[in-house]
Design a binder for this molecule. Structure first.
Ligand SMILES: Nc1ncnc2c1ncn2[C@@H]1O[C@H](COP(=O)(O)OP(=O)(O)OP(=O)(O)O)[C@@H](O)[C@H]1O
Ligand SMILES: [Mg+2]
Length: 360
């Protein structure tokens, strides 16, 4: 006797999404169940292609259905549909599902490096990714992505992003003449950030990552006021100063009603190239401690690695130049945690604020 699709769905209720704390059937992830004799096929549609537990969920689903009597072959297709953030009626970014800003209190902690590598990691997972350089005072994305001399084209009075490593990007660096300096006043920053959002043909994107200048100045304020953000990632280094100032930046975003999605710690540890052991280099406050203090998620730690700076100087994200070094694994893991976190937020299942109803 062949199984029914209801029996297949029942079996799949045993598979739980660890971030959303619900089973994949009641979350609506299971689609297109087809039973042909002893062969069962179905699709699991996740909320992000960068899901860190994608392989685990697939294996558990296969195992649960194979355990049914009468089933001898299971075929699971994994797809993803990124859920949209809260949007406004006249949203400046109508096709962009998630907008995540990368901020820090102190300068030079590695925001731009983290932003570039997270963007590439998300794109490599299959997501459509944009990267907006909102550091109007010192745009560094064009150099870091190896496209300092590119000049964007415009079409139908919109500016076309420059694409590299699977990421669509825009920066004031593409629009200024070489050596041209701008004397900024607050309203000019707001106007420029608005233009970079609204006048660029961002198109259909799963994630737009925004690299901010350090601190709590006009750019983060304007951004948070111009577009509903999914939230902000704070980058910190293990020096107490960096953590303290990061705390101040967090307070500003909270005042702007913008959620802190989590903390990324950078340059805190070194991984020994011969034995692979991780050594922490400083005694200051860890990213984990800062995240706990701010009641937000700890998204992970990127080790100090000379390859990161060296690749960046050559115009390559280190994830592309050295995909097998520990920093690359760290960036991929952090991208997965961030994607999972934005999913929980978009689905209103933010673990920090929402009580879960028991699984029926
Ligand atoms: N994990 C790392 N290992 C080694 N070097 C790193 C690492 N992360 C960043 N760097 C280096 O540290 C320097 C500062 O990084 P980056 O420009 O990304 O910081 P930032 O926070 O964006 O700075 P700013 O505040 O000026 O915008 C760069 O030279 C970069 O290559
Ligand atoms: Mg920067």
């Amino acid at each position: 006797m062949a199984v029914t699709s209801d029996q297949v769905l029942d079996a799949l209720r045993a598979v739980q999404d660890p971030d959303l704390h619900r089973d994949i059937v009641s979350l609506g992830f299971v689609k297109d169940v087809v039973v042909e004799g002893g062969k069962v096929s179905f699709t699991i549609e996740l909320t992000t292609p960068a899901c860190p537990v994608k392989d685990l969920l697939k294996a558990q689903a296969e195992e649960s259905v194979l355990a049914l009597e009468g089933v001898d072959d299971v075929e699971v297709e994994m797809t993803a549909q990124v859920r949209a953030r809260r949007q406004e009626a006249e949203d400046l970014l109508p096709g962009v599902r998630q907008v995540v800003a990368i901020a820090s209190g102190k300068g030079g902690v590695g925001k731009s490096t983290v932003t570039v590598n997270l963007a590439v990691a998300l794109a490599q997972s299959g997501a459509k990714v944009g990267l907006l350089d909102a550091d109007v005072y010192g745009p560094s994305i064009p150099l870091m992505m190896g496209v300092p001399d590119e000049r964007p084209l415009s079409r139908n009075s919109k500016i076309m992003p420059i694409e590299r490593h699977g990421v669509r990007m825009m920066s004031l660096g593409f629009l200024l003449e070489e050596g041209q300096a701008v004397l900024w006043r607050g309203p000019m920053v707001a106007g420029t950030v608005r233009q970079l959002l609204a006048d660029v043909m961002w198109g259909d994107l799963d994630y737009l990552l925004v690299d901010l200048p350090p601190g709590t100045g006009d750019a983060p304020m304007s951004l948070a006021q111009l577009v509903p953000l999914t939230g902000v990632v704070l980058v910190t280094t293990p020096h107490s100063v960096a953590a303290n100032i990061a705390g101040k930046a967090a307070a500003l975003f909270e005042r702007l009603n913008t959620r802190i999605l989590g903390v990324v710690e950078n340059m805190a540890a070194h991984v020994c190239p011969t034995c692979g052991t991780e050594h922490r280099l400083f005694a200051g406050q860890s990213g984990e401690q800062l995240a706990a203090k701010l009641s937000t998620a700890y998204l992970g730690s990127v080790p100090l690695d000379a390859a990161v700076g060296e690749a960046s100087d050559r115009g390559l994200p280190s994830l592309v130049a050295y995909p097998y070094r520990p920093q690359a694994a760290a960036f991929r893991a952090i991208a997965g945690s961030l994607a999972a976190r934005t999913s929980t937020v978009a689905m209103g299942k933010d673990v920090q604020t929402v009580e879960f109803e028991p699984v029926s």
